[in-house]
Design a protein around this ligand. Structure first.
Ligand SMILES: NC(=O)C1=CN([C@@H]2O[C@H](COP(=O)(O)OP(=O)(O)OC[C@H]3O[C@@H](n4cnc5c(N)ncnc54)[C@H](O)[C@@H]3O)[C@@H](O)[C@H]2O)C=CC1
Ligand SMILES: CCCCC/C=C\C=C\C(=O)C/C=C\C/C=C\CCCC(=O)O
Length: 253
């Protein structure tokens, strides 16, 4: 599927991987709603991307994915501002193993689940949508256990299983929706800088060794992998792993 003239909504789009994915969608002719809870960073990213791609194809909506009313409003605004919705990248996520561990569960698990269910309500043809594709952001940490982030790893494992169960539901495929998962290892973003700073994780010394051993990818590499899951119509219920040292591989294939 070509993304030209399609409409996408990307959560966590104000920076990092979400911003890079939004940029590549725009480069390939899509319109993009940048959804993020960080209004200040969102406004700055919107200003940059509007300058590059024009004001008519990109917009920002404040959306905390843990809040159902904000998700409902974000989807409604996407449709009214950009003329529909075809692609949803549920990318927003955090990693805090310390005092904020429950928020990690709320954002990564409950937020992603809420956003997926809301996306299905807007994309499914039997619900008035026009079909499309949902990509949910997990992590290789959801497939490979490590001692640094038990909560984070568990949340990403939940994202993988939740997404795969929905993807294989015949009511989803029969109504034109594909669901895929992106599961990267380390990427050069603020989230990784937090990990490298040792904030909110267990055994930062082990985490530092893992990062050194596995290597770090650019956000552009992630944007390219995301586009593969969006544009390849044969991909549904696919979990694309990607890491600096081993490259891309489809889990279980
Ligand atoms: N950076 C890495 O090494 C890896 C990141 N990931 C995943 O990629 C996704 C994006 O992470 P990065 O770009 O690295 O992080 P980042 O910290 O640079 O960007 C995350 C964005 O999500 C937004 N966000 C956080 N909580 C939110 C909420 N409740 N509602 C809406 N927006 C929210 C933030 O404001 C921020 O703009 C996350 O799900 C993360 O777990 C997965 C594997 C590796
Ligand atoms: C681990 C604590 C989480 C803190 C959040 C910060 C960064 C998140 C990074 C990731 O999601 C990637 C994490 C782990 C990668 C897991 C395994 C790497 C193995 C890769 C390989 O074998 O090539």
């Amino acid at each position: 599927m070509s993304v030209a003239n399609k409409v996408a909504m990307v959560t966590g789009a104000a920076q990092g991987i979400g911003r890079a994915a939004s940029e590549v969608l725009l480069k390939n002719g899509a319109s993009v709603m940048l959804a993020d809870m960080n209004e200040m960073q969102g406004a700055s990213t919107l200003a940059d991307l509007s300058q590059q791609f024009g004001k008519s194809r990109v917009a920002f909506v404040k959306c905390d994915i843990t809040k159902q009313d904000q998700l409902d409003a974000a989807f409604a605004t996407t449709k009214s501002t950009l003329g529909g919705i075809d692609i949803v990248f549920n990318n927003a996520g955090i990693g805090d193993e310390g005092n904020g561990w429950e928020l990690t569960v709320d954002v990564n698990v409950k937020g992603t689940m809420k956003a997926t269910k809301t996306a299905l309500d807007h994309l499914r043809k039997d619900k008035g949508g026009r079909g499309g594709v949902i990509v949910n952001m997990a992590s290789m940490a959801g497939l490979n256990p490590n001692p640094c982030g038990p909560v984070y790893c568990a949340t990403k494992a939940a994202v993988i299983m939740f997404s795969r169960c929905w993807a294989m539901n015949p009511d989803v495929s029969a109504n034109g929706v594909r669901i895929n998962v992106l599961a990267p290892a380390f990427v050069d973003t603020d989230l990784l800088k937090g990990l490298q700073g040792g904030a909110g994780i267990n055994r930062p010394d082990i985490a530092a060794k893992m990062v050194q051993m596995v290597g770090v990818m650019s956000v552009e590499q992630l944007a390219e992998a995301f586009m593969e899951l969006v544009t390849d119509d044969t991909k549904t219920n696919a979990v694309l792993t990607i890491s600096a040292n081993t490259g891309k591989a489809y889990y279980g294939q």
